[in-house]
Design a protein around this ligand. Sequence first.
Ligand code: CU
Ligand code: ZN
Length: 176
Amino acid sequence: FCSLFLLGSSQRLAAADSIPVTAAIAVIQHTAGNETAGIVTFTATEGGVKVVADITGLAPGKHGFHIHEFGDISDSVKAMSSGGHFDPASTHQHALIPANHNVAGHHAGDMGNLVADGAGKAHLEMMLDGVTLMGPVNSIVGRAVIVHAKPDDGGQPTGNAGDRVGEGVIGIAKAK
Ligand code: CU
Ligand code: ZN
C-alpha cells in the first residue's frame, strides 16, 4: 500500500515536470528618471526562441538590449539587481548581435540593439539561439530583460551600453 502511494506521488511529480512552456513575456517598466515601457514576448519555435519587442519612451537611436542573469528588479532606480548578461555557458564573452552572431561562445543573453525612431518607438524581431523557455540551465524564464541608454557597440565586457533605462522580468505566458 505504501509503495503504491509513493508510485502515485512520483507520477504526479513527473507529470508536473513535463508541462511545456512555449511562451513567455516581459513587461518593461522604466527605471528612475526614464520613460521606457513596453512588451517583449518570447516564443519557442523549432529554430530557437523568437523574440518580439515593442518598446516606447526611448531616445531616438540605438539602445543595447540584453537578457540579464537575475529576474530581480528590486533596484527600481538603476536596475543593478538584475546582474550581468545571462551567460549560462560561462563564456565571459560579449558579442554584438546580429553583426557578430557567429562569434563562438558569447553571452546567451546578447540581443544586440533596439533602434528607436524619432517618436521613441522601437520594434525588434529576432531569433535567439542558445536559450530555452524550459530546463535547468538555459531557460530565460525568471530572468530579466534590460534596455540600455546607449548603443551596444560590441565592446567587452558588456557592450558599453550605459545606464539601464528599462527592466522587466521574463514570466511564463499563455501559449498561443
Ligand atoms: Cu544589458
Ligand atoms: Zn553580453
